[in-house]
Write a protein that binds this ligand. Structure first.
Ligand SMILES: [Zn+2]
Length: 290
């Protein structure tokens, strides 16, 4: 972490508050926003690299054993991910939306915590783990329905959780997972998959165009808790830079957006964002007269 020092940090938050109070802000959020909700950021400062390779679309669809192991880990991991609560950062973003200074929210997170924190109209670039989709008929269904079906199909399944990562899989010995029974679509018998974008998959074009549209109309692109390692998020920063839109980044640790940022705050989001809200409220509320 860079050491801004208190005075410099104060100044940066003050300048950020002025930018945000100027309205027309679009938020782009990443894993760093959810770490304080107990969902680890495997690329961030606290994050050792994940021990388990991320699932790819090709492996998921073509390798029945890998798929079985994925569902077993994901089934256990959901007990943590599904119980996660929005933190002060999520609530701050929702408050900025309520104050009509934030016009759009684009997230790389799949945990649904922006909405749980009160935000609406969120573009979920990489989908949402709480939703299940059928790869054959396209039907979507809530995760909790699937949980019930998996519990019923695996009454004796008891394995140990030793680690958890943002995609919702859990680190377990493969041998512990091979008896796990996977269930299929109730409508067509097709293959079910969490409605999230895996490595090797593209973000659905509608979400990308919606995001470019939001960024194109923005006065400020505010990046929160993203190292911008993956192009699916970084391209919006590149577009904003190309179009001369102001870019502010609040992130703890190194970010690849730094060369484009007019303003960088390297500090915990749970500290910066509530303070930002207080200052924006002070700047946007007209003084009462009597
Ligand atoms: Zn189906």
């Amino acid at each position: 972490m860079r050491d801004h020092g208190w005075v410099e940090l104060e100044e940066r938050i003050g300048r950020l508050a002025e930018w945000v109070a100027d309205r027309g802000v679009v938020v782009l959020s990443g894993a760093g926003l959810s770490t304080e909700s107990g969902i680890p950021d495997y690329r961030g400062p606290s994050g050792a690299a994940r021990r388990h390779a991320p699932m790819t679309y090709q492996t998921f669809t073509r390798d029945p054993i890998a798929r079985r192991r994925y569902w077993a880990r994901s089934h256990l991991g959901w007990r943590v991910i599904g119980a996660a609560q929005p933190n002060a950062g999520h609530r701050a973003v929702a408050r900025l939306q309520e104050l009509a200074v934030v016009d759009g929210i684009i997230t790389q997170n799949v945990d649904g915590l922006h909405q749980a924190g009160g935000a609406h109209g969120v573009v979920e670039l990489h989908g949402n783990l709480a939703r299940i989709t059928c790869l054959d008929c396209g039907a979507t269904s809530p995760r909790r329905d699937l949980i019930d079906r998996l519990n019923a199909a695996n009454p004796d399944f008891a394995a140990r959780i030793t680690a958890i990562n943002p995609d919702g899989d859990v680190e377990l010995d493969d041998a512990e997972l091979d008896d796990f029974a996977v269930v299929d679509c109730t409508g067509c018998g097709g293959m079910l998959k969490p409605d999230v974008v895996y490595f090797g998959e593209s973000v659905p074009p509608g979400r990308v165009s919606r995001s470019f549209e939001l960024v194109g109309r923005a006065r400020t692109l505010l990046v929160l808790g993203s190292s911008l390692t993956v192009m699916s998020g970084r391209r919006f920063v590149l577009r904003a830079a190309r179009d001369g839109i102001r870019i502010a980044i609040v992130n703890q640790g190194v970010t690849r957006g730094e060369p484009y940022a007019g303003l960088l705050v390297d500090a915990p989001l749970g500290v910066v964002l509530p303070e930002l809200v207080r200052r924006v409220e002070a700047l946007t509320y007209a003084p009462h007269r009597s």
